[in-house]
Ligand binder design. Structure first.
Ligand code: AVJ
Ligand code: FE
Length: 404
């Protein structure tokens, strides 16, 4: 199927969906100060204010501005809130997003409101054609991706303060409640299996086309690796024994002086971790969070198991979704797979062609979803991706093994 014809459900309820998705990010901002919403903690993380603006800019640049008679809300904002689209001209460097004290937060919220008005007027007239419909639904899913980035980036910002600030009084868990562990693993026969998205509902372009893959028999654990398991790895000198590590991973351990997951700290022999509700003792029963692909690989070697490939993960979840705990609602799960195009991959046509495909070098695929993933956003074919040294996302692991 041609990329331009990729489908999204036809929409009498477009307006309802639009309002529901757009309402979510301002709720995340409630209770935070203007200072909280403005600062940037590292080049990989954006200020909340930027997320509020960029998700509005996306609808303007991808849909509203396609009309040749369109007059932008403010032409300068095109440059300020373009993330990475080369075809849309100059932009502010990623690491300098926190320097944008202007426009003010109020002005950004006004921009949001104006884009929402214009989009609602557009939706009332009705979307024209498959491509515009695809871009509209892409805009909704893009907004949801940034709702998750908002929480990841906010936690990273909080972690840079010696005050161990609590961003929220109660942990926001749009992804749903944590499920109890079950123990054990299921064996899968493998063979010739189909993976990838088949285009009957919305998916990002990188999830297709659906294609065949050969899998040897494998086991996949029902549960996520816990902090308790991770403490055992640390107690066995996991971060000091190069034999567990990939060369690039070991170089990173030394260069970054890693001794524990991100946000962990040891005070008088007690490990604590910073989360969205502040600093608390590490709970040995909770799934481990904020470990890089390098750390996941080292842990897997230490434990005598391995990471699943993305095809194993997807095939297992499609076959027996109910045997697993916490597939989509706690941490994205590292896989052994490089983020590469599927056979026959074609980027979405037009400006959105830069959305996913151009990042297919030197990154790893993660599967599932996290506590910060909005409801209805994740699915079994979803391919998230990060560089192997990154660990500020809500990421963890579920182990696999070769089946006898
Ligand atoms: C899939 C999370 C790596 O953060 O760049 C946001 C999501 N794509 N805007 C990213 C995304 C376009 C993407 N990740
Ligand atoms: Fe974006």
């Amino acid at each position: 199927m041609k990329a331009s014809a990729r489908k999204a459900a036809p929409g009498a309820d477009d307006l309802v969906r639009f309002r529901a998705v757009r309402a979510a990010m301002p709720v995340l901002a409630e209770g935070l100060s203007t200072e909280d919403l403005t600062a940037q903690s590292m080049p990989d993380a954006s200020p909340s204010k930027w997320h509020l603006a960029h998700t509005s800019w996306f609808f303007e640049a991808m849909i509203l501005a396609a009309d040749p008679d369109y007059v932008p809300v403010d032409g300068r904002l095109q440059q300020l809130f373009n993330s990475y689209y080369e075809s849309l001209g100059r932009r502010v460097e990623r690491g300098e997003r926190g320097l944008m004290t202007r426009p003010s937060l109020d002005e950004v919220m006004d921009y949001r409101a104006e884009i929402d008005r214009r989009m609602e007027a557009r939706l009332e007239r009705g979307l024209s054609g498959d491509m515009e419909r695809y871009l509209f639904v892409l805009g909704l899913h893009h907004d949801q991706q940034h709702q998750e980035l908002f929480l990841m980036d906010l936690l990273h910002l909080m972690s840079r303060s010696p005050m161990d600030p609590a961003a929220y009084p109660v942990e926001p868990r749009p992804g749903g409640p944590l499920q109890p562990a079950r123990g054990g693993a299921t064996r899968f026969e493998g063979g010739l299996v189909d993976i990838g998205h088949g285009d009957e509902t919305f998916a990002f372009d990188n999830e297709g086309p659906r294609h065949r893959v050969w899998l040897e028999p494998f086991l996949l654990d029902h549960d996520l690796v816990t902090n308790g398991h991770w403490l055992a790895f640390m107690a066995d000198d996991g971060y000091r024994r190069p034999e567990f590590w990939l060369a690039d991973g070991w170089a990173t351990v030394k260069a970054e002086a890693w001794t524990a997951p991100l946000y962990w700290r040891e005070d008088d022999g007690v490990w604590t971790v910073l989360g969205l509700t502040g600093r608390a003792p590490v709970d040995p029963d909770a799934p481990v969070r904020h470990i890089s692909a390098y750390e996941a690989e080292a842990f897997a070697v230490w434990s005598g198991k391995r990471l699943p490939t993305e095809a194993e993960w997807e095939s297992a979840v499609a076959t027996a979704p109910d045997v697993f705990s916490n597939l989509f609602n706690e941490v994205w799960q590292h896989t052994a797979s490089a983020y590469a195009p599927y056979p026959g991959f074609r980027p979405t046509e037009g400006t959105a062609s830069e959305y996913n495909g151009k990042f297919m070098a030197n990154q790893r695929v993660l599967r599932g979803g996290s506590l910060a993933t909005p409801p209805g956003h994740a699915r079994a074919t979803y391919r998230n991706f990060f560089y192997p040294q990154q660990r500020w996302a809500f990421m963890g692991l579920r182990l696999a093994a070769d089946a006898p």
